[in-house]
Design a protein around this ligand. Structure first.
Ligand SMILES: Nc1ncnc2c1ncn2[C@@H]1O[C@H](COP(=O)(O)OP(=O)(O)OP(=O)(O)O)[C@@H](O)[C@H]1O
Ligand SMILES: [Mg+2]
Length: 414
């Protein structure tokens, strides 16, 4: 048998801990996977550099795990070129990230019947003035009362950027006066006014990575390092299935492999409020207990994509979803049908077979890795970036303890 090399490129920004752990696990695994009757694949991982590039240059990677497409244009355009010209498989689809903000994802999932809370968009409060803008607004912009929008949506509301992230510019407004004040302070941002799911009895985030999902109770009242809880058994099985189906549907619809879907539960209703997180938090300082799952899922999914040369998501193809949406059946039945498309597109069955056949030892290797000084150093490095010097040891030990809790609860995989 001949040896072929599959190359995985890490296109990174400020990420620190997960790439170190990913690289270390890949090294320990030293995979050799038969990919055809005559070829065995070895896997190389490399960090993608930033430098001038020729549009006609070949690209050596089979898969790219990209983390900067959403804000760094040089790498974004390089990644897009690697897809259109070189058939590279990229997590996530860079066009879809560039084009689909929260607003588009709300509108599309509303069409599919997802119970997204009622949402309006309002033009910005302030502008960078240009000659064309002056004429445009004079001709077409209607004076409006943001308080009336709030009344239409129904108080309490959240006013938040249509393309938001990291909770920037998010305000809860209980009445018209509070909404006006928040809007006055929103500057040049284009805002949503969205009906609050209030009160809610559970806040859940479902992280989808390829065919893998992890559903976590989220406590937004905690400081940043403690928001992902380590709770278990907080949701009945049917709701867990709904969370998984919604997440995979969103991801398949937008061609995203890696995304997180935020849902608030009120009574029996599961209301998605934010699911355009196409560069989800991957840091040990947020994920702690769940961090080994992230590293493991990243390894499994990227190796699967590289080994099988999974076809890139060139086209999004929304029609099959819209056909189901138009049927006269309850949303729960539609969701099951959407999820079937999602599982086909994400190759869930094929992926599981692949993991059973070739990646059975990954669980044990990851479990052992998170007992090493190398893993602890990666965590300490991330803590040192985010925390003041006098807190580095304390928080390194804190996150390390959370990971050891995960190891103890999992037990050594057999
Ligand atoms: N409609 C809503 N009902 C209730 N709470 C909401 C609603 N919209 C937003 N929130 C609250 O505000 C927080 C931030 O909103 P959102 O997730 O839309 O913004 P974000 O900037 O993407 O934040 P993050 O980066 O934390 O995901 C949510 O985590 C939730 O606690
Ligand atoms: Mg959010």
């Amino acid at each position: 048998m001949a040896t072929v090399t599959r190359r995985i490129g890490l296109s990174l920004g400020a990420d620190h801990c997960w790439p170190l752990c990913y690289e270390a696990v890949m090294k320990r695994l030293d995979l050799a996977i038969p990919v055809s009757k005559k070829d065995v694949a070895k896997f190389e991982v490399e960090r993608v550099s930033i430098e001038p590039w020729d549009l006609a240059q070949p690209v050596k990677y089979d898969v790219i795990l990209d983390r900067i497409t959403h804000w760094y244009p040089t790498s974004r355009e390089w990644v897009k070129k690697a897809v259109v010209a070189n058939d590279v498989y990229v997590l996530n689809n860079p066009w879809s990230i560039q084009a689909c903000e929260k607003n588009t994802t709300y509108a599309a999932m509303m069409r599919l019947g997802f119970p997204v809370p009622r949402t309006w968009m309002v033009p910005p409060k302030e502008y960078e003035w240009t000659a064309d803008l002056r004429i445009t607004l004079k001709r077409y912009a209607k004076l409006f009362d943001v308080g009336a929008v709030g009344r239409e949506v129904g108080f309490p509301v959240f006013i938040k950027p249509y393309d938001g992230g990291a909770w920037v510019g998010v305000t809860k407004a209980d009445d018209e006066a509070a909404l006006r004040t928040a809007y006055e302070g929103s500057g040049k941002r284009v805002m949503h006014v969205q009906k609050a799911v209030a009160p809610f009895d559970l806040f859940v985030r479902c992280i989808g990575l390829g065919a893998e999902t992890r559903i976590i109770r989220y406590d937004a009242d905690q400081p940043l390092h403690a928001r992902y809880t380590t709770d278990r058994d907080f949701m009945p099985a049917d709701q867990l299935q709904t969370m998984r189906d919604m997440t995979l549907t969103i991801n398949a619809f937008f061609g995203w492999d890696f995304n997180s879907c935020e849902v608030l539960r009120q009574g029996d209703g599961l209301y998605p409020i934010d699911f355009a997180n196409a560069c989800p938090d991957s840091q040990v300082t947020s994920l702690h207990y769940h961090f080994p799952w992230l590293v493991k899922s990243n390894v499994k999914w990227s190796v699967y994509c590289a080994a099988t040369k999974k076809k890139p998501n060139w086209n999004l193809d929304w029609e099959p979803f819209f056909k189901i949406a138009a049927k006269d059946i309850p949303f729960s039945e539609k969701l099951t049908q959407y999820a079937k498309i999602a599982n086909t597109r994400l190759e869930t069955d094929k992926y599981r077979e692949f993991c059973d056949k070739h990646l059975r030892h990954v669980d044990e290797v990851v479990w052992e890795f998170f007992d090493t000084e190398e893993a602890k150093d990666a965590i300490r490095g991330k803590v040192a970036i985010l925390f003041p010097p006098h807190e580095i040891e304390q928080f390194t030990e804190h996150f390390w303890a959370q990971i050891q809790k995960w190891r103890n609860e999992e037990g050594r995989p057999s």
